[in-house]
Design a protein around this ligand. Structure first.
Ligand code: PMP
Length: 456
């Protein structure tokens, strides 16, 4: 290509400061499940960015709605005006929530949504005469955000270690990784035993000091789409009720349809006290997130002088118009139905790949929030050696082949490489075929490079 843009390695040093040394190509445009770089190379967005672009790129309805809103008003400060897109969106979101979850507090991202849940929980406790409650128990591993409050409940050593001196570390219980256990218990018994670890932690901390428990109903990047045994969810609710502990569901990644239902927790009819949403809510068209709460918690806080919390950009008309248009498309195109159907198809294909590539020890997830985990040994589920750097290699090989996936080697209680395949919810049967073909090729190359077994 004569007029090809310089490769990333030839480009001038950048003033941009990202997390890693790695430079990536400049993006040019995007449409549907595809992105193109400035050299014209096409990529399948097999992770919807970071599980964000749920309705796909370049959606006309969302773009037109945002343009119309921009012509009217883009920003009006929430303490000066209410705005119609925010009012409408809050009403529609409440309609998707478990009964009683009728109040929506807008924010601009996932960390802000989690911070809002932590702070409303605390203010509610203070307002209702339970000021001694402040500890928030969470799981290990987990990810709840990068701001210091959300980080304090995050179970991810590499991310938290540098900051522990600056924050109040919160108690952690093991995430329900029942698929790794090699004992004589049934899967449902294991689910109950993992849930009971919450009760043990509450009793050890002193129930009167425990404010809340936060968990992802379907795990995200830290655990690789971890799904607990069915028995886990109800038992967690019972334990929280028994000790007056609030249950916070972090649905930042699992919410707004990605798992095939509006909330990840809807697969088990969960009734959390607070819910954090973001990512697919704005679907990449605008930063957008929300905390959803019941009036019974909001009212005492307002009566006691108001919620002492908020963000400048929260609930602005443009972001909320984008969120409303995203929801229009989810409903018009039945994207939750498609996520469920295409998720089943893709999961089946991943299971097939695990037969050919026996270093895939587990395939899990719900809808289009799916992951596969690498192991050295499928009987013991021993992870691949860290030095193999499999989690990074799998992304890089796939990227070269034009498929973007997401992966992690979570450092903590559970160490192991996994990758997530989470294409936009508009993905078609044919496109699933395209993704699986590139994955097959990628795993073949990974196996050759790392000397991993392949069944022919
Ligand atoms: N919670 C979960 C479950 C997440 O996956 C993320 C982002 N990966 C966050 C919170 C934080 O969201 P954000 O990066 O938008 O602040």
């Amino acid at each position: 290509m004569d007029n090809a843009k310089p490769a990333s390695s030839d480009r001038a040093p950048s003033h941009l400061f990202y997390q890693s040394r790695l430079r990536r190509p400049l993006v040019d445009r995007a449409e549907g499940i595809y992105l193109w770089d400035q050299n014209g190379k096409r990529y399948i967005d097999g992770s919807s960015g970071a599980m964000v672009v749920n309705i796909g790129h370049g959606n006309r309805h969302v773009i037109d709605t945002m343009k119309k809103q921009m012509d009217k008003v883009t920003f009006a400060y929430r303490l000066h005006f209410e705005n119609e897109p925010a009012e409408d969106l809050a009403g529609r979101i409440a309609g998707y929530m478990p009964e009683g979850m009728d109040k929506v507090f807008f924010v601009s991202g996932g960390s802000e949504a989690v911070e809002s849940c932590l702070k409303l929980a605390r203010q509610y406790a203070v307002a209702t005469g339970q000021a001694q409650r402040w500890k928030v128990i969470s799981r290990f591993p987990s990810y709840h955000g990068g701001t210091l409050g959300a980080l304090a409940v995050t179970g991810y050593a590499a991310l938290t270690d540098p900051f522990t001196a600056m924050m109040k570390e919160m108690p952690k219980i093991p995430a329900p990784t029942a698929y790794l256990d090699r004992d004589n218990f049934s899967i449902e018994e294991r689910g109950l035993r993992y849930a009971d670890k919450l009760e043990e932690a509450i009793l050890a901390e002193g129930p009167e000091s425990v404010l809340a428990f936060i968990m992802e109903p379907v795990g995200g990047a830290s655990t690789g789409a971890l799904v607990a045994p069915d028995s886990y969810y109800g038992r967690i609710r019972e334990i929280c009720d028994r000790h007056g502990v609030l249950l916070i569901h972090d649905e930042v990644m699992s919410g707004v349809g990605r798992t095939g239902k509006f909330l990840g927790g809807d697969h088990w009819n969960c009734r959390p006290d607070l819910i954090a949403l973001s990512k697919g809510f704005g679907s990449g068209y605008s930063p957008l997130g929300a905390m959803v709460a019941p009036s019974r918690m909001v009212q005492p806080v307002l009566d006691a002088g108001g919620f002492q919390h908020g963000y400048t950009y929260a609930g602005n008309p443009l972001a909320c118009a984008a969120g409303g248009a995203v929801l229009d498309e989810i409903e018009r195109l039945d994207l939750m139905g498609n996520a469920a159907a295409m998720g089943d198809l893709l999961k089946g294909e991943l299971v097939m790949l695990s037969k050919r590539f026996p270093f895939i020890g587990d395939v899990r997830g719900k809808g289009l929030l799916l992951a596969a985990e690498f192991v050295e040994n499928t009987v013991t589920m021993q992870p691949l050696a860290k030095e193999k750097n499999a989690f990074q290699r799998v992304i890089d090989i796939a990227y070269d082949k034009g498929l973007i996936i997401y992966s992690r080697r979570t450092r903590g209680g559970v160490e192991g490489d996994h990758f997530l395949v989470c294409p936009p919810m508009i993905v078609t049967r044919e496109q699933i075929g395209e993704i699986v073909a590139i994955l097959d090729d990628t795993l073949q190359d990974l196996a050759s490079e790392l000397n991993l077994p392949v069944n022919r």
